[in-house]
Ligand binder design. Structure first.
Ligand SMILES: [Zn+2]
Length: 268
């Protein structure tokens, strides 16, 4: 019998047989929610390749799937093949490891590694190749041997897709783009500095119009974000910036029904 890694941790969301039937519905917040009617991203397509297939985190709202396919198509014209990390589990919900968000089928990680590799299509390669960080060893700046204009171009391509609400990147990456972007700077607004995000960036969609129970994050503030909200990340904080812990909240009630729908008795 095949078991997901999550089985070991007793997480029922990682054990579901597949998406819950029905129309697409994202419910709750990206940090505390679920999705029914999720679609799956093909494991490869024009300009993209899905990594870590063994995690079975290639599900999302159909709008997210279309958005990644669009990004792949655009990337294939001028950049190459993008490597897609985690989306959501088949019914969303919390993951046994790796993320707090990604629960409603509206989030996806895209790796900064733009080298498709010799064995790019082999499942084993996809499961084991590390995502290299773009930061230098001290973590206090970009690694100039790795950071390239292609990364800047990919982030601009991403941020200009209307369905994408925000893009999380490491503050060093945002600062570099604030310093170097000439001409149109409006797309910088969607790039949000956040913890980590030096080996991948993270795209998040706003709540789709078909999902009335989806709770949207506050809109991104106006301006390009190259201001004190960015410099905060480079100040000393007592102690150094630590990702705040989210309070535990009960899941939306509708999520239990989505978890149970059409399920065989759970593997023990
Ligand atoms: Zn992510």
């Amino acid at each position: 019998m095949l078991c997901f890694p999550g089985t070991l941790f007793g997480n029922p969301w990682a054990e579901v047989a597949g998406p819950a039937d029905g129309p697409p519905l994202a419910i709750g917040t990206t940090n505390n929610g679920c999705i029914s009617g999720a679609a799956s991203l093909p494991t490869e397509g024009d300009g993209f390749l899905v990594m870590h297939l063994e995690r079975k985190r290639y599900f999302g709202h159909p709008l997210l799937i279309r958005t990644i396919e669009t990004l792949g198509e655009r990337a294939s014209e001028s950049i190459g093949v993008i490597q897609v990390g985690d989306l959501s589990l088949a019914r969303g919900g919390p993951m046994p490891f790796g993320h707090r968000s990604h629960q409603t089928g509206l989030d996806a990680d895209i790796w900064f590694n733009l080298d498709p590799g010799r064995y790019a299509k082999a499942d084993e390669w996809r499961a084991n190749i590390p995502a290299p960080s773009l930061l230098n060893r001290a973590g206090k700046g970009l690694d100039r041997r790795l950071w390239s204009k292609q990364h800047a171009r990919l982030l601009k391509l991403t941020a200009t897709i209307p369905a994408i609400d925000r893009v999380f990147v490491n503050a060093h990456i945002k600062r570099e783009l604030c310093r170097t972007t000439q001409g149109d700077r409006t797309w910088l607004r969607k790039l949000r500095p956040w913890y980590g995000h030096h080996d991948h960036f993270h795209i998040r969609l706003a709540c789709p119009s078909d999902s009335p129970d989806c709770i949207r994050q506050d809109p991104v503030p106006p301006g390009d974000g190259c201001d004190s909200s960015l410099s905060w990340w480079f100040q000393e904080h007592p102690p150094s910036p630590i990702k705040p812990k989210a309070p535990k909240r009960p899941m939306p009630i509708a999520c239990q029904a989505i978890l149970d729908r059409g399920q065989l008795p759970r593997m023990r």
